[in-house]
Design a protein around this ligand. Structure first.
Ligand code: SF4
Length: 342
């Protein structure tokens, strides 16, 4: 069993650290180790709409550990990074090294804001091919402006000592030497700490999915108006009608309402008056009748009226629910629908 119960080194000034919390086991273990060193821990959670993290679990972990919990939102700067990552992509559109640099540098800003001493993460050396190899870990630390101030408690003994260790703020003997892809050591430690509630290791980041990557690439190439509307990339069927217009059709009630909720004020909502078909969100400014009829045609194509004469569809701008107008759905060739599908 790993012993992390000895007393920390004592210093006169209270030590503060910012830890990244994902809702997974590794970040919770790292936070526990640092908290047990009598260090004031600020758990930071990055709200990433297509990510693998779990805000609820991260919040629960913070509560159970008795540490502060701060949620930071990603914004357009993150999308710009995804568009052109300095260190390239993984298997799909996942810029893991730059993604970490982005998040860690924001955690670093927060650390400076609270007068903190270091940032820590639950990374394990060699656990992930792109971002947790020795060389990338160093690159991330430097890229985030955290040279010597990024502590990885789960594998610190396999890495060079950091500034807080050298200054005696963190006792290196209390840090661990985990490496590789096996989860056994983390699970043993979780048992030791009686931590039972945690997310299974990631794999849920949508940027690693080829299907999602196509949609995201399409959005980055054709432009977006704000970060919020890109949240809708994870729901529905997406169609690129022209360079300027795109339509998204919900696949069920939950998606229909989520798509409306995250629509941009300039988008148009289209539905059958009797709602017996999907809701479509048409993205783009000032659509022509032809574009509107195509978007309406998608509703009919994905409804039980697919092979029936064109039906009337209601549409209105997101910004004014009362401006309802009507249009007849265009009859869409299945090959065309396939061709515009993203
Ligand atoms: S998988 Fe890569 S891109 Fe996705 S959240 Fe994790 S580090 Fe970022």
């Amino acid at each position: 069993m790993i012993d992390t119960t000895r007393d920390t080194l004592k210093t006169s000034k209270p030590v503060k650290a910012v830890g990244l919390l994902s809702g997974g086991l590794d970040s919770a273990l790292a936070a526990r180790i640092i908290r047990d060193l009598d260090i004031e821990v600020y758990g930071v959670y990055f709200s990433m709409p297509w990510g693998c993290c779990d805000k609820e679990k991260a919040g629960t972990a913070a509560r159970q550990l008795g540490i502060k919990f701060i949620v930071l939102q990603l914004d357009e700067r993150y999308l710009e990074m995804v568009k052109k990552p300095k260190h390239g992509y993984g298997a799909a559109l996942n810029p893991c090294v730059d993604c970490r640099i982005h998040m860690f540098s924001r955690a670093a800003q927060y650390m400076r804001h609270i007068g903190g001493d270091f940032v820590f993460t639950g990374e394990v050396l060699g656990q992930r091919p792109m971002s947790q190899m020795r060389q990338s870990m160093k690159k991330i630390e430097i890229g985030a402006g955290l040279e010597g101030r990024l502590v990885r408690p789960l594998c610190a003994q396999l890495l060079e000592p950091t500034v807080p260790e050298n200054e005696g703020l963190v006792c290196r003997d209390r840090l661990l030497r985990m490496s590789g892809r096996s989860r056994r050591p983390q699970m043993d430690l979780a048992e030791n700490y009686q931590i039972t509630e945690y997310n299974q290791p990631a794999g849920g980041c949508l940027l690693t999915s080829h299907d999602f990557a196509k949609r995201m690439r399409d959005t980055l190439d054709h432009g977006y108006r704000n970060f919020r509307e890109t949240i809708a990339l994870k729901w529905g069927r997406h169609f690129r009608i022209t360079k300027e217009f795109k339509a998204i059709a919900g696949r069920d009630e939950a998606e229909n309402s989520a798509l409306q909720h995250y629509a941009h004020p300039n988008d148009i909502i289209l539905e059958f008056p009797d709602k017996l078909g999907p809701t479509v969100v048409l993205k783009g400014d000032h659509p022509t009748r032809e574009i509107l009829a195509t978007a309406a045609g998608l509703i009919q194509h994905f409804s039980k009226f697919k092979d029936q004469p064109p039906r009337t569809v209601h549409y209105w701008p997101v910004s004014d629910r009362n401006r309802i107008q009507s249009i007849d759905a265009a009859k869409l060739d299945p090959a065309y629908v396939q061709q515009i599908y993203i």
